[in-house]
Design a protein around this ligand. Structure first.
Ligand code: GLV
Length: 327
């Protein structure tokens, strides 16, 4: 009998076709968002799961799937999965690293540029019919070139963002759990390691690219925002919860910092409604990896992991590596 899998959300039909060659597939091309109860019911007889970052695989959900061997996330972040509970149940967890590095780094720049140069605010103003004449001080923004870029979270995406700053003649400072090697720092536009506080004080543009965990919860709150320059911008492409959104809204309202660019939010997609009333924030709906080739690569990467895991091999992107010996 072929292993049974659930593909929890709509994905590329050719990837479903690929998985159907080896598995008995239950798909969800109507893209319904399952409640916890529905998810528990649907996974009760499954050997493997293909999920996205939007599905919450808590210990309670995982416990409803006694046959489960693998949870394959179509995302690099996996804070939506209780990895400890999965490991305890002997369930492999995989993610999709690397394939999205360049696309996500490009997107960080798109958001940074839009935020610093007030692109979306300008467009709203123009569309609203306000453009009657040129003014010397209309919609002035911050410069990117020759400024200081501060990156918090200097993994593969952070380093790709830093490399892209070379063309803008920027200084790069970074903060990370661990320091890069001198060679990595040199490749990342000679990035300089500093404390989080020094980074916040010195950077003209702060970009957040760190994984979410209980330790990184509210890495940026009122105290951190108070350290930033009033002219600085803040970009979050990492995860909701890394920024205290209520504190950020207060700082943006008070012009404590100049502007923010946000692709991720606490409680997304039900983000804090006060963001909508602010002109100094650029808002996008968690689309950092959303280019056609990259989303395809992510879907195929998750499929590769699932095929390997249920085929008795070590999946290429195993997160809970302690299970490796058991496969
Ligand atoms: C997107 O947020 C991802 O983790 O891939």
């Amino acid at each position: 009998m072929r292993p049974k899998i659930l593909i929890a959300r709509a994905i590329f039909p050719d990837v479903i076709e690929r998985l159907s060659q080896v598995f008995e597939v239950e798909s969800n091309q109507e893209d319904r968002v399952f409640s916890v109860t529905e998810l528990r019911q649907k996974i009760a007889d499954k050997d493997g799961l293909f999920i996205t970052g939007s599905e919450r695989l808590s210990a309670e959900v995982i416990s409803a799937a006694p046959r489960l061997k693998a949870i394959c996330n179509m995302a690099v972040g996996y804070n939506n999965i209780d990895v400890e509970a999965a490991t305890g149940a002997g369930v492999m967890v995989t993610n999709t690293p690397d394939v999205l590095n360049a696309t996500t780094a490009d997107f960080a720049w798109a958001l940074l540029m839009a935020t610093a140069r007030r692109i979306t605010e300008s467009e709203h103003w123009l569309r609203a019919g306000h453009w009657e004449k040129w003014t010397y001080d209309g919609l002035l923004g911050a410069d990117i070139h020759d400024s200081t870029l501060g990156i918090i979270g200097m993994g593969r995406i952070g380093q790709a963002i830093a490399r892209r700053s070379m063309g803008f003649d920027m200084q790069v400072i970074y903060h990370n759990r661990s320091r890069l090697s001198p060679e990595q720092e040199a490749r990342a536009n000679h990035a300089r390691y500093v404390s989080k506080e020094d980074l916040l004080r010195q950077a003209d543009h702060v970009v957040l690219v760190l994984p979410y965990s209980p330790q990184s919860h509210h890495t940026i709150g009122a105290a951190e925002l108070a350290l930033m320059k009033p002219s600085a911008t803040l970009v979050n492409i990492a995860r909701g919860g890394i920024v205290d959104d209520v504190a950020l809204i207060a700082a943006l309202k008070a012009h404590r910092i100049a502007a923010a660019g946000l692709d991720v939010f606490e409680n997304e997609p039900a983000f804090h409604p006060d963001f909508l009333g602010l002109s100094n924030v650029v808002l996008t709906p968690h689309i950092g990896s959303a280019s056609e080739p990259t989303r395809r690569a992510m879907a195929n990467c998750a499929a590769d992991n699932l095929i390997a895991a249920l085929g008795g091999a070590v999946p290429p992107n195993l997160v809970n590596t302690s299970l490796r010996t058991g496969t």
